[in-house]
Design a protein around this ligand. Structure first.
Ligand SMILES: *[C@@H]1O[C@H](CO)[C@@H](O)[C@H](O)[C@H]1NC(C)=O
Length: 133
């Protein structure tokens, strides 16, 4: 009786350590590179529902990035607005369900190109811009 009680306590503590350990470790590094073209400055502004990462201006081929925690529900997502020349585009740069599996151990690298962003982490994959709102 006493032994099984101690075992239960130990089991619960172990379980909680594992659970909270996993939650605290659930972070991703999202890094964006300006691959629009030579001599083209890329303006960008990323935000999630409750975080605004301010506007950035990236010289050609320069990276910028952020680290975000993944919420328990797996609904963390970040949108970015990109501007260069007379172009104005949107893209959902981080979606937990789409990116977390690939990016949990490596930074999520995105090459921003005129036709759309390409994720370089894992197998290179290009996406169309999100529809303009
Ligand atoms: C994200 O990863 C990149 C590439 O490894 C690194 O250069 C950058 O410093 C990291 N970002 C942060 C905010 O730690």
């Amino acid at each position: 009786m006493c032994g099984s009680y101690a075992f239960n306590i130990l089991f619960s503590i172990t379980f909680m350590v594992i659970l909270f350990g996993c939650l605290c470790e659930a972070r991703v590094n999202v890094t964006i590179i300006n691959d629009i073209g030579p001599n083209v400055q890329l303006g960008l502004h990323c935000k999630s529902k409750n975080k605004d990462l301010d506007s950035q201006s990236l010289p050609p081929y320069k990276p910028w990035g952020f680290i975000t925690a993944i919420n328990f529900w797996g609904t963390t997502s970040f949108f970015c607005h990109f501007e260069w020349g007379s172009e104005s585009k949107w893209f959902e740069i981080f979606v937990t369900s789409r990116d977390y599996y690939l990016c949990k151990h490596h930074p999520c690298f995105w090459s921003i190109r005129p036709d759309g962003p390409c994720r370089l982490t894992g197998k290179e994959k290009c996406y169309p811009w999100n529809a303009n709102i």
